[in-house]
Design a protein. Structure first.
Length: 182
């Protein structure tokens, strides 16, 4: 699945929010992210999942700068990762600039290897929001939004991004017609 956009409240199966002023913010974010990741099936038995990273070596901060400057950035790609015994996604991970802006300010998209759940973290003006979407590849809201992107011309949408979405949608139609191809 190239990207998850356009989900509605009925697609969300879990999540949490914290204000930046929350005591021990990073610790609480990490604990709740792990609980959400395990309960929704984001991580598999090998503790592996996908993280969406900007193509190339751009950081999350650079991707945000591109997004808000009106530039036509290359689309992000899914990268397979494994959660190690010692991890700190919301602290060191977010501070690394690939999973956020700084510690306690995450910005990422993650998906289960089998695409059954999508987890997103974002920072706002007053806090952090994390949510999980079950079966994003089956959501009518998401599919309708992705189709809309491919059908409408917009100077804000990267051509390669539209092509990837179109190819993925076409592959879904082919698989639905011929279930033995799955």
């Amino acid at each position: 699945m190239p990207f998850v956009l356009g989900y509605g409240a009925e697609d969300v199966v879990g999540g949490f929010s914290y204000r930046y002023s929350t005591p021990r913010l990073v610790e609480r974010l990490n604990a709740d992210w792990y609980d959400l990741a395990v309960s929704t099936g984001l991580v598999d038995h090998r503790r592996e999942f996908l993280v969406q990273l900007p193509q190339g070596t751009r950081t999350h901060r650079a991707a945000l700068r591109h997004l808000h400057s009106g530039s036509h950035a290359a689309p992000a790609v899914w990268t397979r990762v494994r959660l190690l015994e010692r991890w700190n996604i919301m602290g060191r991970g977010a501070a690394s600039a690939f999973l956020g802006v700084r510690a306690g300010h995450p910005g990422f998209a993650m998906m289960a290897l089998d695409a059954t759940v999508y987890v997103r973290a974002s920072t706002g003006e007053i806090g952090v929001d994390v949510l999980a979407v079950r079966h994003p590849d089956r959501s009518e809201n998401i599919l309708r939004h992705l189709e809309w992107i491919t059908l409408h011309d917009s100077p804000d949408v990267n051509r390669e991004f539209k092509e990837r979405i179109g190819a993925w949608l076409a592959g879904r139609v082919t698989s639905a017609v011929n279930p033995s191809d799955r």
